[in-house]
Design a protein around this ligand. Sequence first.
Ligand SMILES: Cc1cc2nc3c(=O)[nH]c(=O)nc-3n(C[C@H](O)[C@H](O)[C@H](O)COP(=O)(O)O)c2cc1C
Length: 206
Amino acid sequence: MARIVVLLAHPSPEHSRVGTAFARRAQALAAADPAAIEVRDLYARYPDYLIDVAAEQRALADARLLVWQQPIHWYGMPPLLKLWLDEVFTFGWAYGPGGRALQGKDLWLVASTGGAEASYRPGGANRYFFDAFLPPYEQTAALAGMRFLPPLLVHGAHRIDDAEMQAQAEVYADRLARYPNWPELADLAAAAPCEVAADERPDPGA
Ligand SMILES: Cc1cc2nc3c(=O)[nH]c(=O)nc-3n(C[C@H](O)[C@H](O)[C@H](O)COP(=O)(O)O)c2cc1C
């Protein structure tokens, strides 16, 4: 089982430019060193949306880093990644009483937006700085005891030229290859402890 698990979550890879370029880089690293990186293409693996939860949880057992590689859809994640989260990060496994399976691992969001960086600000079409859309990701990581690493974001994905896109893909590949030896991780604190009480989720026995 791999040290880094990359989840690809692009609903229409045939139309993807950035996601495809990034996925190729991750897949090349995985092919060169399968013990280091595993790439799991969610939409290819589960076209019927029937997720093998046990297999997904097993894939994370020995991972230190989980990567969510996705286009931003409606200021968040595409639907199959959301379903994966609902079904794989279960109460009592990922969080809540006894839920410690992911404690101490890292979560890295690698995402592209159609909106240019300049559109993500007050007065722009997206009205908020992009950081405003990150807390659900960050807190999801914290609830599971995971560190949320500084995201890699490609804004204006349809406008950037090939040279810029390849430069970003190079950064991505370099980060994957060097993990966990990133300068900014030295000062990054562990996830804040977040306890969810047993009566804050449905009783599976009821
Ligand atoms: C259903 C849908 C929702 C989207 N929502 C957003 C959004 O909220 N913000 C944004 O900047 N771009 C949005 N986009 C644009 C995508 O993020 C963009 O097409 C993608 O990141 C480009 O990367 P790719 O070349 O890998 O497809 C949306 C696209 C689709 C199809």
